[in-house]
Design a protein around this ligand. Sequence first.
Ligand code: 5GP
Length: 210
Amino acid sequence: MSQKGRIFIISGPAGSGKGTVVKELLGKHDNIRLSVSATTRNPRPGEVEGVNYFYLTQKEFKEKIISGDMLEYAKYSGNLYGTPRDAVNEALEKGFDIILEIEVEGATKVKKKNPDVITIMLTPPDYATIEKRLRGRGTEKPSEIKKRLRRARQEVKMMPKYDYSVINHEGKASECADEIYSIIEAIHRGEEVEHLKTENTKSIIKKLIK
Ligand code: 5GP
């Protein structure tokens, strides 16, 4: 691979369907890697150590922060989540683009330190979809769902800080992945994708906040 890899951050509030979209994106393009984060939350049924996350205790996580192993980290819904630094550097050195699928606080920190990083906010089309997707997953307790809905409201308000915003309409994960890839390709050409740049966020934010 001749070109140097770049970091792309994809954030999305609960219910944005980012897991599905990122899977589509990776399935279609083998020049893109996904950073596997560390977390202190418990694995959901079906999740696999080292594939979905590295599951750490609070103590292990804090040791990694102290030793400088985390590129960034943040607290979300009572748990710590962080990006292991080495894997990101390794992918970039090998020429792969790397996706960090992380929440807004961590995204803001990375962007501040490194403005070259491209930030993309993935959003559901409206609040009803957020609720439907979150409850439909059936893996969280009602109290956890409530927490995540509250956090989703805060997160969508951060949309204006993102370089790009992409809406994940019902049943359109593949098209959404294509839009994200069009951003990745444009960035490598030194261009932008005008129609996906974050602007006029007021109307979309209004739809997302009940
Ligand atoms: P979940 O528990 O649903 O897997 O993830 C909760 C939130 O944490 C999601 O918004 C996800 O994008 C975010 N997240 C996952 N890994 C990281 C990470 O390494 N750093 C940060 N800051 N957020 C992360």
